[in-house]
Design a protein. Sequence first.
Length: 277
Amino acid sequence: MTNETLPKPPSAAKKYWAGYAPHPFLAFLHELLRARKFAFSGYHQDGQFLTWNRPLFPGYSAQVWVTPSNTNKKTPDIFGVMIFLAVTSSRQAEIENTLRINECSKIRGDFLAQPAESNVTVLNVNLGWLVQYWPPRAYNFDDGYYRWARLSTSESKDAAADVVAFFDRYGENFFCLVDSPIKLSSVLLDLQNFPGIEFCKNADSAPVSSSQEEYASVLFHDSGQKLEAINALSGSLKKIETQVARGFRDALEIEIQKCRIERYLSWMKNSGVPRVE
């Protein structure tokens, strides 16, 4: 393993990380993640959060991202972090940008459509959530969901080791659950039955995907399962129609989704954007 230290963060990062740039916890965590084949992939929002990526399968990556909590420049000896695990996709971003999917939002009139980022977050979960609800389950929230909410800066090395110990147990299992196109698409289409969710009373903290049916559709298409891809898109429209009928979303969302589906279907009919392995 080469001696690659954590790059220097933007100066604005100090206001998020108790005056440190970088915080010693992040430097220790960086080395431990590198030992697990993760590469540092950037500071975001002026250094408020950081990401590390590792290839999952072509066009998709496993990502660890870290953001501060309970961290203040006035109390630099105390800090907290939230650790998130995500599946990100350059392939999904490629499709969305090629098809100009976000232009469909112009139907709303006052919405400025933006191109997708170079990577789209397909699925996201809090590592603390996995510790709380996956076996062996934590006895209480302080040992699970809020395990890293209040830490001592002087014990940053031990804190980083603790995070990675739980990542090795829970995080690696999470990524194994979604480490192929079919496995990931199956999880995306059944998030309401995601393992552990039966114990979770607060759905807001559960694993989340913003457009899971569309993401699954691209995965199915690239795997040669076009019927499943079309069915996934149909499911996305039915879901929005149900939400509109219940008053959770406005009727324009149906027209926007129909526009998005039309673009995906046209792409599939014409064999789609070639996938680069």
